[in-house]
Write a protein that binds this ligand. Structure first.
Ligand code: URA
Length: 434
């Protein structure tokens, strides 16, 4: 069928829904370089302002799935996806936990981009670790070892890949219908039967407001169910960085220590690993439930805790690292550390977590554009949490770096902490489960 792209842009601009045939014509035409970027950009902006109907979101998801390959697994498989945050390393803990329970975890992840980190960069900080397995090898590994970590491949949803790159440079990323179709198409094509989504909101998330997160959650839930997925969604806080470390090799170190059941107590007696551990266990528990190995998420949580404390999850992690070539004993360490002390006393009310993410990009722990190199050993240790009482001179951060860090970066880092005069609440990590 042939349509006029300009007419379709006009139709969407006036708020009218596009038919499945029209959407397919536009998306396929763009993927095959028959429709130019300027017309796709105009359509994306029209969608940004006028939205998509529930049927259009469903159609767009199907069209993106159809643009590439799909995977089918033998045996129960459950995946987890997070909308991204600062210090979010839960995939590396929950993956081994769920796999150790005999449920396949096909972990296909992205690289860091903008202020949020990426699981692939964290794993690639381990010398020798390969995230570039072919789809058949990935499938075999999940079926035999219950876990594999790979990077996103161009074979899955190529239409989304091309459209997402354009959205990134045309200010059309923050559209709930487009995000829904983009994430869900990839997750459905990747073939896991169950899916746990961790939608982040707050200062370090790309959705700042909880109500935006909730809207995205409802849309994703609907699409997941329509495609026959067992799906659960967590709405979690990204008001402060997760855990103790941010930065690739440093986050691997945090995961290893959690898998070894080590706490890390701050000078105030707060376990800085508690939030990473708790969120990983919660998500893993729900994955175990969706994978049919427990009667409820609560029972799944208990199982996850047992597998973590017994060391089975650690063993699974080490096995997978070895199979994929990783030499964990050679994890890189930055040459220098710089300590940053507080210049005032008060209570930690919050953080500008996105600013922390951008400081990490400046330290080369992340990247502005996808071709930027990453320094695996750089990053931050964050020694305070929301609700803590801090005295002037207390340690706030330790910067791990190889290149000199400017005074303005150190000042900017101190300014990411929001202090209050009165005692303030701790962060509520898990806000809602749908
Ligand atoms: N991540 C994706 O994969 N797609 C989006 O649209 C937003 C975040």
């Amino acid at each position: 069928m042939n349509f006029l792209p300009a007419e379709m842009i006009k139709k969407k601009r006036s708020g009218k829904p596009l038919t499945a045939d029209e959407l397919r014509f536009f998306v396929s035409g763009f993927t095959e370089n028959e429709i130019p970027e300027y017309q796709m950009s105009a359509l994306l902006m029209a969608i940004f302002f006028k939205g998509l109907s529930p049927k259009e979101i469903l159609d767009l998801t199907q069209i993106m799935i159809d643009s590439g390959e799909t995977v089918k697994f033998v045996g129960p498989t459950v995946d987890k996806h997070s909308t991204g945050g600062v210090g979010d390393k839960t995939s590396l803990i929950l993956g081994p936990i769920v796999a150790a329970c005999g449920i396949g975890v096909p972990m296909m992840s992205g690289r860091s981009l903008g202020h949020t980190g990426g699981t692939v960069d964290k794993l690639e900080s381990i010398p020798g670790f390969s995230t570039q397995l072919s789809l058949p090898k990935f499938k075999k590994m999940v079926e035999e070892n219950f876990l594999s970590f790979i990077g996103q491949t161009a074979a899955i949803c190529p239409a989304d890949k091309k459209i997402y790159a354009l959205r990134d440079v045309t200010a059309t990323v923050e559209s709930i219908p487009l995000i829904t179709a983009s994430i869900m198409s990839k997750k459905i094509a990747e073939g896991a039967q169950g899916l746990v989504l961790d939608i982040k909101f707050g200062s370090g998330a790309f959705l700042k407001e909880k109500k935006q997160g909730l809207l995205l959650a409802k849309n994703m839930l609907r699409i997941g169910r329509l495609f026959g997925k067992k799906i659960k969604i967590y709405l979690t806080s990204m008001q402060q960085p997760l855990g103790r470390f941010c930065g690739n090799a440093l986050e691997i170190r945090e995961c290893l220590e959690i898998l070894q059941n080590k706490p890390f107590l701050s000078s105030r007696g707060v376990d800085l690993y508690a939030d990473t551990r708790e969120l990983s266990l919660q998500l893993a528990g729900t994955m175990i439930f969706l994978g049919g190995k427990s009667s409820s998420p609560k029972a799944g949580y208990k199982m996850a805790k047992q597998v973590l404390t017994s060391g089975q999850a650690l063993q699974k992690f080490l096995d997978i690292l070895k199979i994929q070539g990783g030499r964990i004993d050679e994890l890189p360490v930055a040459k220098f550390t710089t300590k940053i002390q507080s210049v005032k006393s008060g209570f930690v009310q919050g953080f500008d977590t996105e600013a922390i993410g951008w400081i990490l990009v400046g330290l080369k722990a992340g990247r502005k554009i996808i071709s930027d190199p990453v320094d695996p050993s750089c990053g931050l240790e964050i020694l305070i949490k929301m609700g803590d009482e801090v005295k002037k001179g207390d340690l706030l951060f330790v910067v791990h770096h190889n290149d000199p860090v400017s005074a303005s970066t150190l000042k900017a880092l101190v300014e990411t902490v929001v202090f209050a005069k009165r005692r303030c609440p701790k962060d509520q990590l898990i806000s809602k489960i749908l």
